[in-house]
Design a protein around this ligand. Structure first.
Ligand code: ZN
Ligand code: ZN
Length: 102
């Protein structure tokens, strides 16, 4: 846990059987740890297109979202209107093998 005031280390305070609160070891703040973002939907990876992690909808026209954008983009799922942060990974693999009968 990290202190939201000073970035120090937060530790649990109280008897082991009944930990009552957290306290920052640096500034002494109580229960001021950075709140972790809520466990969301898992990331999806789909070679066919952007797949909404919420409703599972696959956007066949995903390339349009990246028109003029290199890397990350933000879109809205056209099916459930969830806001998605999306990114495109392009990988190119060159391969070669020796021809027989040289
Ligand atoms: Zn602190
Ligand atoms: Zn969706």
């Amino acid at each position: 846990m990290t202190c939201s005031y000073c970035g120090g280390l937060m530790v649990w305070v109280g008897p082991l059987t009944a930990l009552t609160h957290t306290q920052c070891q640096s500034c002494g703040g109580v229960n001021c740890q950075v709140v972790e973002p809520e466990e969301g939907y898992p990331e999806t990876r789909n070679s066919k297109g952007i797949q909404c992690p919420k409703c599972g909808h696959v956007h066949d026209d995903s390339y349009e979202y990246f028109d003029g954008i290199d890397g990350d983009a933000e879109i809205e799922c056209s099916n459930c209107e969830a806001k998605l942060s999306v990114s495109k990974t392009v990988s190119i693999t060159y391969s070669a093998h020796l021809k027989v009968n040289q």
